[in-house]
Design a protein around this ligand. Sequence first.
Ligand code: 13P
Ligand code: SF4
Length: 308
Amino acid sequence: MEKQEVLEQLKREKDAVILAHYYVEPEVQAVADYIGDSFYLSRKATELPNRTLVFCGVSFMGESAKLLNPEKTVLLPDAAADCPMAHMVSKSVVDAARRQYDDLAVVCYINSTEEIKSWSDVCVTSANAVSIVKNLPNRHILFIPDKNLAHYVAEQVPEKEFIFNEGYCPVHEHMAAEEILLLKREHPKAEVLAHPECCGGVLQLADYIGSTSGIISYAGKSPKKEFIIATECGVAYALGKERPDAAFYFPKTSPVCGDMKKITLENIIQVLKTGENEVLVNEKTAAAAGSTLTRMLTLAGQAETGAV
Ligand code: 13P
Ligand code: SF4
């Protein structure tokens, strides 16, 4: 039997559904039931009737799905697929800011561990960070762990005072403005589409800044035929499907997230067969961490419907 057929049979037997991030390998995206950015996937995980969710992405994604759906079985195809940025803040940073500012909101990027979420007031993703922060009643914002997304949001919401942390995504941080400038010289008609995890120098050169879904949907609607893409190479698969007529150029140093690439058809089949790598949350922090995610879903929903 082909791997795809084995997978379909196991999905039926286990009442399972496959969710995948745009950065996983194309062959994994091809078998996924739902593909999206972190926000889409976290919301989708709360809407599905299936008993088992196989989360093709890094561990904070599976953990978020479990925190939002404690009654479901969430499986990670590779338990070692982890986002380094998700650990890049210490409790002392949060405690110091809480001591200093009475009106502080601790805003935590979804790329963070359950424990870090439990110290925070609200979670955000790159798709909703600006609108959620804008609508918070608090004036002081400690944004953790990502410094680049934090600086981008701070620029969009100048009425708030930000406290920054030193975390970063190694894949996006590695992209240099010089590489984008070089690509712009080579392809002067191309639009630059960048993820806000990139450094300020790259973002200054961008025509559009947004989440992975935002980048894909922007390219889908743009009249241009050439795009310079400042995010992880995995988006090339969805971009190619969205705009088969267009050319996409990535920095020469090839932004690849090794952790996302750990997900394979073989390890998806393995966890479905055996139930290995089930995501278990820490009962001490699950309630607080889950409520930061629920608050994100509520505030993002209100912003979408114009209720705030
Ligand atoms: P998105 O939410 O834009 O998909 O980003 C996830 C991520 O890990 C970016 O590095
Ligand atoms: Fe984490 Fe960066 Fe990989 Fe996204 S691309 S999962 S932020 S290491």
